[in-house]
Design a protein around this ligand. Structure first.
Ligand code: GDG
Length: 515
């Protein structure tokens, strides 16, 4: 059990034995999206709904615990909304932090968000270079929007703020802030992977991006492998740059300045997940799911609609498992939840059509009276539904082609208050480094490998399931989101880096050279 109280967390208490308590004055989180999406009605009135996605899931509890300010785009291109300030104030009134909007117009949304961020950086950083559209007009808009975010930070800046910028949309913000004379500490966390040199080098603006990133004082990555890739790319700029310190945080000395680089595997609010998973409404819904599928093992896939999540490959592997292992017929149901995302991008729409066609084909081939092998859900689940599916499932199939971390894997473990359930996890998810001692690790491109893992999970005895799940839960509990934020802040503010241990269970999986 995590014995820290809410009060001690609020005060910034840390369970990391080494070093001092990381207390910063005002935490200013900056990300592309605010944690709420703005919807504007025809009469000009507006309302907010909670945003989805890993970054919001991870950071919302941090802001609720520490207080501070969140700067970001509210997700609508409508301008000068009269009600906006009041609606934003109300949204977080009881949460102890404030929201500061950055408004974007249609062209900015098109070229900065859809273009540079999601047609270039997203596929490139997930090693899918052939999916990139290196449209030359995107770069200038990316720079100008990053400058706009920098202006929003400066407009509310206090000298003792701790400015923490997040993710690939905003790699240039520190550069813009430095150009405006800001000298105080600025930190950055990259939620997605950082690609190997051979892939990164394809980016037409590779030198500008690297130079800009080196204006941050601390850059956090999800894994040691991402950090190693970044260091190898930084050597493109300066082959003589030197490194000092080993372990979780290291210092890179460029000609101009020192930049700290760390691996901080992001966590979840474990206690909250476990508590909610045990609640009456979740238990009732999980029971109902079991009753609806008697004598079945439920295999669960939950993903945002995205080509990096490997949904099509997974369906093929499930199909292969049904072909090879008839003992699973009538005994398993794959519940595949796809959460709508980036729907206005044609590539995403095509992917949805392809997934639905594949589901139809598999069901067409295997369905028997009383058994439909795949239950397909295309919508957002409520929190209660999400937790009920985590609890009711026997196996979670988390097989992204590449993923910064993957919080679904960790949430599944936290929700398993019965310490049961098998996690099948892609070796290309950041979470694999931490969970590989308990999960069945697979190569998502290897359909036979995944099919065998599904069958292995299906026949796994209860004793082994418990043993594996206990290991994973311990790790997810100990390295939770609060410890993540504490270790990041400590690495940012410590005078002397000292020793920053990674979680004990952390194995730098598949990381050939660890710097
Ligand atoms: C990026 C990186 C990294 C999903 N469906 C529903 C729902 N969710 C929530 C999950 C989870 C989150 O969305 C998804 O997080 P992931 O980590 O899987 O993925 P990304 O959105 O791609 O996030 C990723 C993350 O940032 C954090 O650093 O792990 O690698 O790509 O929290 O629970 N939530 C609800 N209904 C759903 O239907 N309520």
């Amino acid at each position: 059990m995590d014995m820290r109280t809410d009060a001690s967390r609020r005060a910034g208490a840390t369970t990391v034995e080494t070093g001092t308590q990381p207390s910063v004055n005002r935490l200013v989180v900056v990300s592309n999206r605010l944690p709420f999406i703005l919807s504007v009605q025809d009469d000009g009135g507006c309302s907010l709904v909670p945003g989805a996605g890993g970054l919001v899931s991870a950071l919302a509890p941090v802001l609720r615990n520490r207080g501070g300010m969140w700067i970001g785009w509210p997700g609508s291109t409508a301008r000068n909304i009269p009600d906006l300030d009041r609606v934003l104030l109300n949204a977080t009134r009881d949460s102890g932090y404030t929201l500061q909007p950055v408004e974007l117009g249609e062209e900015e949304k098109e070229k900065f968000y859809r273009g540079f961020s999601n047609e270039i950086i997203w596929p490139l950083f997930h090693d899918l270079q052939s999916d990139c559209n290196f449209d030359p007009s995107y770069w200038n808009v990316y720079r100008s929007v990053n400058s706009k975010f920098a202006q929003a930070i400066l407009a509310t800046h206090r000298d003792d703020d701790f400015v923490w910028v997040h993710d690939y949309h905003l790699m240039n913000v520190a550069h813009e802030l430095r150009s405006n004379g800001l000298t105080s500490r600025i930190a950055f966390f990259l939620h997605i992977p950082f690609p190997p040199l051979d892939i990164f080098a394809k980016l037409p603006w590779r030198f500008q991006v690297l130079t800009s990133m080196l204006d941050y004082d601390l850059i956090g990555f999800q894994t040691l492998r991402d950090r190693r890739n970044f260091i190898q790319c930084a050597r493109l700029l300066d082959p003589d740059l030197s490194l000092s310190g080993k372990g979780q945080v290291t210092t890179l000395n460029t000609r101009e300045r020192e930049v700290r680089l760390g691996a901080f595997p992001i966590g979840i609010d474990y206690t909250e997940f476990a508590k909610k998973a045990a609640s009456g409404d979740v238990t009732a819904m999980a029971d109902l799911l079991h009753k609806d599928l008697p004598n079945r093992q439920i295999i669960l896939g939950i993903d945002r609609l995205d080509y990096t999540k490997g949904i099509r490959h997974r369906l093929e592997a499930f199909c292969r498992a049904l072909q090879r292992f008839p003992d699973m017929h009538q005994r398993v149901t794959l519940v595949q939840v796809v959460v709508p995302s980036r729907e206005d991008i044609p590539r995403y729409h095509e992917m949805r059509v392809e997934i639905e066609r594949t589901v139809g084909e598999i069901n067409g081939q295997f369905t028997q009276s009383g058994w439909v092998p795949i239950h397909y859900i295309f919508r957002n689940l409520t929190r209660v539904e999400l937790l009920a599916y985590y609890r009711a499932s026997h196996i979670a199939l988390v097989t992204p082609l590449k993923d910064g971390m993957n919080l679904v894997a960790k949430e599944f473990c936290a929700a398993r208050i019965d310490e049961n359930g098998v996690l099948i996890l892609s070796e290309f998810a950041g979470a694999a480094a931490q969970l590989q001692r308990g999960a069945l690790i697979v190569n998502p491109y290897d359909v036979e490998d995944v099919a065998e893992a599904i069958h292995h999970a299906f026949i796994m005895p209860d004793g082994e399931r418990h043993q594996r799940m206990r290991k994973m839960r311990r790790s997810v509990r100990e390295y939770d989101i609060f410890r993540w934020v504490d270790s990041f802040l400590r690495a940012a503010i410590a005078k002397d880096l000292g020793d920053f241990p990674l979680p004990e269970e952390y194995v730098p999986h598949m990381e050939t050279v660890v710097l």
